[in-house]
Design a protein around this ligand. Structure first.
Ligand code: LMR
Length: 406
C-alpha cells in the first residue's frame, strides 16, 4: 500500500532553481543550472532555431503523426555524422553504427544503460568520474547497475588527476564499462588533452573495457564542432566498439524540447553489419516499451538546420556567439579575482572549458555566498559560467572574494 512509499529528497539542481526563483533580492545571481543565458541573464533562442521554427511553421506537409520508433531518420543520420565528424567516418562508411532518437541526453544515457544491462555481460557496474553529473548515478542505479567512481579532479591543481585516473582504469576488472564525458566535463570543466585521450584509449584497449561517451556540449564548448568531438573520433578511428549518448539541449538551446540521440558503433569486422541490424532490433523493442516513439518537434528543428548548408553555417556562428561569451566571462571573472587579490589561484577558471567552472569553493562557502550575496551555485562549488554577464561579474567576484576571506 501507499504507506510504504518513503519521502525522497528534492532534486538538488531543480531545488536550487526553485529557491533562486523564489528569492526576491534584486541583486540575486543564478549560477546554478547549466543553461545558456545572454548578457542580460535571459534565455537565448538561437536565431537559427527561430528560422527553422518558421520553416516548420510554414510547411503544409507537416502533421502530428507518430515518428518511427527509432525517430526521424533525417535527424539521427545527421546526428551521427555530426558526432563522428562527417559521412567519411569509418563507422558510417562501413555501416557499423546504429542510431536511435532519444529524450535528450538523459534518455540516451538511460537507453544505453538499459541496453547494456541486458546485453553486455561486463555490466556488473559502471565506472564514472569523481565527480560526475549527479544524474549519471541515478540513471545507472535505476536499471540495476551500481556506479563506481574513478579519480578525475585534483583538488590541488583544480585540473585533471590523470595519474590516479589511469591507475584506477588499470585496476578495474577487465571489460568494465567506463563512462567518459566527450568534452566540457560536467561539473568540473576539466577535459583530458588529446594526448591524454590517447593514453586513456590505450588502457581501455589493454583492459578490453567498454567506452560509454556522454556528449552534451559539442560546439558549445570551444565553438568548433570538430574540436569538441575529437575524443570520440579518435576512439572510432582506432576501431573501438562504443556507445554515445548525445544531447542537443545546450548546443541548440533546445532544453525543454528533449532532442537527443543514442548511437552504438561496433568494431570493424566482417559480420559488423549483421551485428548492427540485431542491435537496432533490440533497441527498437526497448524504445517501444518505454516511450513508444520519440517527440517530433526538437528533432525537426535540429534536422532542418543539420540538413541545410546555409542554416548549418549560421548555427556554427550561433555556437561561436555562445562559447565566445562564456570564454570572455571566464577571463573577466579571473581578472577581477586577481585584481582583488583574492587568496588562492584562479587560473583554473580560464583553464577549464564549457558551461561550468569548478571554483574550489567549499560547501560552507557556497551556502554563505547564497545567504549573504544571493549568488546561487551547486553545493560542490560548480558555477554555470553562462549565468555571468558584464553587469554582474563584478558583484560575483566581490562576493567570492568576501566569502574566501571569511
Ligand atoms: C546541469 O548539470 O546543470 C545540466 O546538465 C542540467 C541537468 O539536467 O542537470
Amino acid at each position: 500500500t501507499a504507506e510504504v512509499v518513503p519521502q525522497a529528497p528534492e532534486d538538488a539542481l531543480f531545488g536550487l532553481m526553485r529557491a533562486y526563483r523564489a528569492d526576491e533580492n534584486p541583486d540575486k545571481v543564478d549560477l546554478g543550472i547549466g543553461a545558456y543565458r545572454d548578457d542580460n541573464a535571459k534565455p537565448w533562442v538561437l536565431p537559427v532555431v527561430k528560422k527553422a521554427d518558421s520553416i516548420l511553421f510554414n510547411n503544409p506537409e507537416l502533421d502530428h503523426e507518430y515518428a518511427p520508433i527509432a525517430g526521424i531518420a533525417s535527424f539521427t543520420s545527421k546526428a551521427a555524422e555530426l558526432i563522428l565528424g562527417g559521412p567519411d567516418s569509418p563507422a558510417i562508411r562501413e555501416k557499423r553504427i546504429s542510431s536511435i532518437q532519444t529524450i535528450s541526453g538523459t534518455g540516451a544515457v538511460h537507453l544505453g544503460a538499459l541496453f547494456l544491462s541486458k546485453f553486455y555481460p561486463g555490466t556488473k557496474k559502471v565506472y564514472v568520474s569523481k565527480p560526475t553529473w549527479a544524474n549519471h548515478h541515478q540513471i545507472f542505479n535505476n536499471v540495476g547497475i551500481p556506479t563506481v567512481e574513478y579519480p578525475y579532479f585534483s583538488k590541488e591543481t583544480k585540473g585533471l588527476d590523470f595519474e590516479n585516473m589511469k591507475l584506477s582504469l588499470l585496476s578495474a576488472p577487465d571489460k568494465s564499462v567506463i563512462l567518459l564525458h566527450a568534452c566540457a566535463h560536467n561539473p568540473t570543466g576539466v577535459d583530458p588533452t588529446i594526448d591524454q585521450w590517447k593514453e586513456i584509449a590505450t588502457i581501455i584497449r589493454q583492459k578490453s573495457h567498454f567506452p560509454f561517451f556522454d556528449t552534451a556540449y559539442q560546439g558549445f564548448a570551444s565553438g568548433d564542432l570538430m574540436k569538441d568531438n575529437a575524443a570520440i573520433r579518435y576512439f572510432v578511428e582506432e576501431g573501438f566498439e562504443l556507445v554515445v549518448a548525445q544531447s542537443f539541449a545546450k548546443n541548440f538551446g533546445l532544453y525543454g524540447e528533449r532532442a537527443g540521440c543514442f548511437h552504438i558503433v561496433t568494431g570493424p569486422a566482417p559480420e559488423a553489419q549483421s551485428t548492427i541490424t540485431r542491435i537496432a532490433s533490440q533497441l527498437a523493442i526497448l524504445q517501444r516499451s518505454e516511450i513508444s516513439n520519440p517527440p517530433l518537434y526538437g528533432a525537426r528543428i535540429a534536422s532542418t538546420v543539420l540538413n541545410d548548408q546555409a542554416l548549418f553555417s549560421e548555427w556554427e556562428e550561433n555556437l561561436r556567439t555562445m562559447s565566445g561569451r562564456i570564454i570572455s566571462m571566464r577571463k573577466a571573472l579571473r581578472a577581477k579575482l586577481e585584481d582583488l587579490g583574492t587568496p588562492g589561484t584562479w587560473n583554473h577558471i580560464t583553464d577549464q572549458i564549457g558551461m561550468f567552472s569548478f571554483t574550489g569553493l567549499t560547501e560552507a562557502q557556497v551556502l554563505k555566498i547564497r545567504e549573504d550575496a544571493h549568488v546561487y551555485m551547486t553545493k560542490n562549488g560548480r558555477i554555470s559560467m553562462a549565468g555571468l554577464n558584464t553587469k554582474n561579474v563584478d558583484y560575483v567576484a566581490k562576493a567570492i572574494d568576501k566569502v574566501v576571506r571569511e
